[in-house]
Design a protein around this ligand. Structure first.
Ligand code: ATP
Ligand code: MG
Length: 563
């Protein structure tokens, strides 16, 4: 993972390089400005890694700023979750934690300045009339009849808006720009609206007028001395208004807005509105459900910050829109876990094996490496006795040569332990295999005795020492790569494409005893199976693991077979 130490350049870094070279800027200050109306998702990680990464590499700063101008949908749970997630990615805003609501008084005063300079007015058109006057992409808009009010009248009305004399929706403050502009965002956009009866999580009931995002954002950036204001492409058409605001108030700082393309990822949705719906309608078990593309979800699933950063690095920063393949994300976490995850043995679908020639009262503690390629990860003791479990799928009564596991009458190596041979199959009245009887070959640990050639290697867990575990097998949340596009095309809801296979819970797994010591969040490779991490529910007598990702990309193949 050498890439992480050497971030590739991109068009934004090139702009910054040039700004520093030419002397246009002498420092670099960025910000990450989430709206606290939901949990952060993988798309936000792209923006976080970009903004905080640039600050790190240019010896600059990155502020965390809550864009909290929409009190109805925002709350403290989200404010706290967002801070947790940014920290988890490994970034620090030090003391630079801000809220756009910190600036409500400044924003109000700048609005007064605009009014005094004849650049803003109080408008009384209702919503429908406003739409009508705005025009369309092809048709220019018309001036509002309230546009030519005097400065004195506007100041008076705006003051009354602020002091709560008017009802919601009856008046707004608008910028006076150009109703015939080809850019609809410049047709006298709204600066302030009236919102009675909402309690803001930071300012309580202090204000009943709230500034619009497009007005708030440039001023917040300027007040914080941001140099490069990085946002996603949908704001490209808003940039003229961003610049207009800063050109028409006396704030004395003009950050540069630069847009890049959003991250879209296959087999999931990324809009907060849709994620909110998945949570509130119970399609998933909360914001941190390990199937969710939220940072809280993928963390619980076992993704690591290093894997997320590697992913962000690989997708890069451009202006071209696209949808990133899920394999790219999965490969990043596989690569990281392959290096850092200790190996353990776990049997997910147990078949009992009795080793008839091994003394029933004997237990050996075998010393197993924690990582086959990394000695520094040490060893652990794993008990072996005359009763073990292997996977059901690792045994067949008859099989051809291609089956590299245990077959009746033949032998196989138990991972890091003895070679066993299957002598007898015990069945119930319905012909189901209940257990198998094997004999072990003494002195076969570490090498094959003369003339004995095991078919392959399988994992195992001592039946007397193993611990019963719940294992949650997670898969992709949606059954189709582009649920949004599909729903539009087929005129259905995106939730119609949720995958019925996104979670299978196994409750009778048996894992090696050392796994009871795992802490929630600890990752392991269960040998020959997949990467797993201890769930938040793990501990206090419960043993619960989540599948993070399979060892190889088996998904495409399974899909072709029709699942
Ligand atoms: P959504 O559309 O999911 O509700 P948003 O853009 O409204 O997201 P914000 O909380 O406003 O969410 O986003 C904070 C920052 O993260 C913004 O600068 C935004 O551009 C960026 N961001 C959001 N989604 C993505 C994405 N999918 N890819 C890259 N950056 C994103
Ligand atoms: Mg937003």
């Amino acid at each position: 993972m050498s890439e992480t130490t050497n971030p590739p350049t991109n068009f934004i870094r090139q702009i910054i390089d040039e700004d520093l070279r030419s002397g246009k800027r002498t420092n670099v200050a960025t910000r990450f400005p989430p709206e606290p109306n939901g949990y952060l998702h993988i798309g936000h990680a792209k923006s976080i890694v970009l903004n905080f990464g640039i600050a790190e590499d240019y010896n600059g700063t990155c502020n965390l700023r809550f864009d909290d101008t929409n009190p109805g949908k925002e709350n403290m749970e989200f404010v706290e979750a967002i801070q947790r997630d940014v920290k988890w990615l490994g970034y620090s805003w030090d003391e630079r934690l801000y809220y756009a609501s910190n600036y409500f008084q400044n924003l109000y005063e700048f609005a007064l300045e605009l009014i005094k300079n004849g650049k803003a007015y109080v408008c009384e058109l209702n919503a429908e009339q406003t739409r009508e006057y705005r025009g369309t992409l092809k048709e220019p808009g018309k001036d509002s009849p309230y546009r030519s009010r005097s400065v004195a009248e506007n100041l008076d009305l705006f003051e009354k808006m602020k002091s709560g004399e008017f009802e919601d929706g009856t008046k707004v403050l608008r910028a006076k720009i150009d109703m015939t502009s080809p850019n609809i965002n410049m047709r006298d956009p709204v600066l302030y609206r009236i919102r009675h009866g909402v309690i803001h999580h930071q300012t309580g009931a202090e204000w009943c007028i709230y500034p619009m995002y497009d007005y708030t954002h440039p001023i917040s950036d300027a007040l914080e001395g941001i140099t490069h204001s990085l946002c996603t492409l949908e704001f490209e058409d808003h940039r003229p208004f961003y610049d207009w605001v800063l050109d028409n108030i006396s704030v004395g700082c003009h950050p540069q807005q630069i847009e890049f393309s959003r991250l879209n990822l296959e087999y999931t949705v990324m809009s907060k509105r849709k994620l909110t719906q998945l949570v509130s309608e119970g399609f998933v078990n909360g914001w941190d459900d390990p199937r969710m593309p939220t940072l809280a979800g993928i963390r619980r699933r076992g993704y690591t910050p290093a894997a997320m950063k590697l992913f962000c690095q690989r997708i890069g920063i451009t202006k071209s829109e696209g949808i990133v393949e899920m394999e790219l994300l999965e490969n990043c976490v596989r690569e990281d876990l392959n290096i850092i995850a200790p190996r353990r043995m776990a049997v997910l679908d147990p078949l009992k094996v009795v080793i008839t020639n091994y003394p029933a009262d004997q237990v050996e503690q075998l010393t197993l490496p924690n990582h086959p390629q990394d000695e520094s990860m040490g060893t652990r003791l794993v008990p072996f006795c005359n009763e073990i479990y292997i996977e059901q799928e690792d045994f067949l009564e008859e099989a051809n040569k291609k089956y590299k596991r245990l077959v009746k009458g033949d032998c196989v190596r138990l991972r890091n332990a003895y070679i066993i041979q299957c002598d007898e199959v015990v069945k119930d009245d319905y012909d189901n295999i209940v257990e198998i009887h094997c004999s072990y070959i003494p002195d076969s640990i570490g090498s094959n005795p003369e003339g004995i050639k095991p078919r392959g290697v399988i994992h195992w867990v001592s039946a007397r020492h193993g611990v019963v575990a719940e294992v949650r097998l997670y898969d992709r949340l949606f059954a189709v790569a582009a649920p949004d596009a599909m729903a539009n095309k087929e005129d259905k809801a995106f939730t119609d494409y949720l995958s019925p296979d996104s979670l299978h819970t196994l409750t009778h797994c048996v894992v090696e005893p050392s796994l009871t010591d795992a802490q929630p969040g600890d990752s392991y490779q269960f040998e020959r199976q997949a990467y797993f991490c201890a769930d938040l529910d793990h501990g206090n007598g419960k043993v619960v693991f989540n599948r993070t990702v399979t060892l190889r990309d088996t998904w495409a193949k399974i899909e072709q077979k029709g699942r």
